[in-house]
Design a protein around this ligand. Structure first.
Ligand SMILES: C[S@@+](CC[C@H](N)C(=O)[O-])C[C@H]1O[C@@H](n2cnc3c(N)ncnc32)[C@H](O)[C@@H]1O
Length: 349
């Protein structure tokens, strides 16, 4: 598919409407007549960059959006802010020294707008110190502040396993060979209260062949060296799937992994390339927000991503029938994010 323009917010016909021109103030453009009473765009006075049936995204500093949102109005915030990277991305990264102070105002607002049983899922990458092969602990310092100063509870620390991460810094990994490849990022699952809404039944994995075999043949009761007693019913498969670990991975086909690029061939990337649109340089895989949205929310709950980038979270939320909001400060990223909706839900607008 070849497109010379950013896709239309309402249609892909002869008269595309640029995303930037779509505004709540023009019902004819947005289909506002059909905006449901509980549509999230009704929660704030800011004009959305574009709207979908279930969500709205805003071209603004996320602090502005957060400050307008009412207390206790959002069920889940799932996001990946700019990390304190040593090698900075084009959208700018905050320095390690100032990172915690930079992030705290966002975190305080996030806690305020979450429902009492709401969760805040924060994907944050590690970083090397300048000049030595040692790691910064900025993300651990942030976690401590989020719990001890802002008042979040640490529900669980999770990890995003990304085997396609580049072997950097080259100096330490591929040139001097003194460090190994980094292939996980941290995902802090925080909650407003100690009892966040959550059900792992929403994220069950398929049983492995081994589990199915054990269920068929039965298990002998035994005690592991750790002291855990394995009962005959251990491999009971009536739950409908196995409980996933706290490591989230995108199932990437071997063939693509071997090419050393896990996203070069996905539909969003292809559509961006075909239309000559900029591809966001630091997307997370849809599998990441999908896992937490399914674990922590129900249909029609409200999900927010304040550092939206290419709006992966919004598109996944829409697909899962959750209402959503997002904000991003770079127009180009939000414009191209429309491809996600056109691809997943043709005719959505
Ligand atoms: C790591 S990227 C997020 C990528 C996203 N998860 C995706 O899958 O495309 C972080 C984004 O936050 C945006 N950003 C940084 N500061 C912001 C702010 N104060 N308000 C809104 N967006 C901001 C950056 O422009 C960048 O696109």
């Amino acid at each position: 598919m070849h497109m010379s323009k950013i896709p239309s917010a309402r249609n892909r016909g002869d008269h595309p409407i640029e995303a930037s021109k779509v505004s709540l103030s023009d019902p004819a453009q947005t289909g506002a007549a059909h905006i449901a009473p509980d549509h999230p765009s009704r929660l704030v006075s800011i004009d959305p960059h574009y709207l979908t049936k279930l969500g709205s995204t805003y071209l603004c500093d996320s602090l502005r959006l957060l400050r307008e949102l009412p207390d206790n109005s959002v069920n889940l915030v799932v996001t990946s802010p700019p990390y304190a990277l040593h090698f900075k991305k084009e959208y700018g990264n905050v320095s390690k020294d100032g990172y915690v102070q930079w992030f705290l105002p966002f975190a305080k607002e996030i806690r305020r707008i979450l429902t009492e049983d709401g969760s805040f899922v924060l994907n944050i990458g590690g970083s090397y110190n300048k000049g030595t092969p040692t790691r910064s602990i900025y993300h651990f310092k942030l976690l401590i502040e989020l719990v001890e100063t802002v008042g979040f509870h640490l529900a669980q620390e999770c990890f995003w396993y990304n085997p396609a991460k580049m072997p950097v810094p080259a100096e330490w990994v591929t040139v001097r060979r003194i460090r190994v490849r980094d292939s996980v990022e941290y995902v802090w699952w925080l909650s407003k209260s100690p009892w966040p809404k959550s059900s792992n039944l929403g994220v069950l994995k398929e049983y492995s062949d081994d589990m199915l075999r054990l269920a068929k043949n039965g298990v002998r009761e035994t005690t592991r060296p750790s002291g855990h007693v394995i009962r005959g019913s251990f491999e009971n498969i009536s739950a409908g799937g196995s409980i996933p670990p706290n490591v989230i991975e995108d199932r990437i086909p071997e063939s693509i992994l071997k090419m050393g690029n896990n996203s070069a061939n996905d539909d969003f990337t292809k559509m961006c390339k075909d239309s000559g649109t900029k591809i966001h340089p630091a997307r997370f895989p849809a599998a990441l927000p999908k896992f937490f949205i399914k674990l922590l929310t129900s249909p029609n709950d409200l999900v927010l991503d304040p550092f939206a980038g290419s709006n992966t979270t919004g598109a996944v939320a829409e697909e899962l029938d959750r209402r959503w909001m997002s904000s991003e400060q770079v127009k180009e990223y939000l414009d191209s994010s429309l491809f996600r909706f056109n691809f997943h839900q043709p005719g959505l607008f």
